[in-house]
Design a protein around this ligand. Sequence first.
Ligand code: 8X3
Length: 252
Amino acid sequence: MNRKIALVTGASSGIGRATALRLAEEGFNLVICGRRKEQLDQLQKELPSDCQSHQLLFDVRDQAEVFKAIESLPHNFKSVDLLINNAGNAHGLDPFQEAPLDDFNAMIDINIKGLLYVSKAVLPTMLDRNNGHIINIGSTAAKEVYPNGSVYCASKAGVDAITKGMQLDLNKTDIKVGAIHPGLVQTNFSEVRFKGDQQRADQVYKGFKALQAEDIADIIAFVVTRPFHVNIADLVVMPTAQANSVTVNKKL
Ligand code: 8X3
């Protein structure tokens, strides 16, 4: 079987990791990208034996590193068919007037600029073949602004706008572009947001059943297995207990 190639950013953990595992099951070979080699090594060990995989270690914030890494892809991994722009995170949950600029920079650099760099590095091979699929992982935060989340929400609204812009500008090609916007997913997202404060992170997911990384991977598997003429352009998914970013039916 001729296996397609999927490149997943942020594959070391959470949604990216679950998606890589699921795409391997769906018959993709994988380019798994991340900053943490041990986690990528572990992921590779868990991949089914018929899945060929290649690691790329880079920080999406570093423009030169991103392009160098993508250019370094061996011949058999160069023609990326599916790009999952998943790398992203939140830094802090503070009022605008109190939040450190470092947090703002990190979120803009990772969630927006990182996605731009990876997309621009991968797109030429898709354009050459007039074929490909890009899925950007946004957030419900793209669709509404919640208190203390101004810049995180802005960064994800940016992902939403960039997705729509890509759809317009690539409309004349056969390249599909879509976004998936998850609400509360139980990963290390909150641990990163709260800078290692595990207790505070755990509170976020208490009292209801949050989405799991595998739920998003399952949706991605559905999205990428539609016929060519079907593009899931914009998809919002929340736990049943969640109505919006600040309304969660918690049974505490
Ligand atoms: C993650 C969901 O509600 O923390 O993007 O913004 S939320």
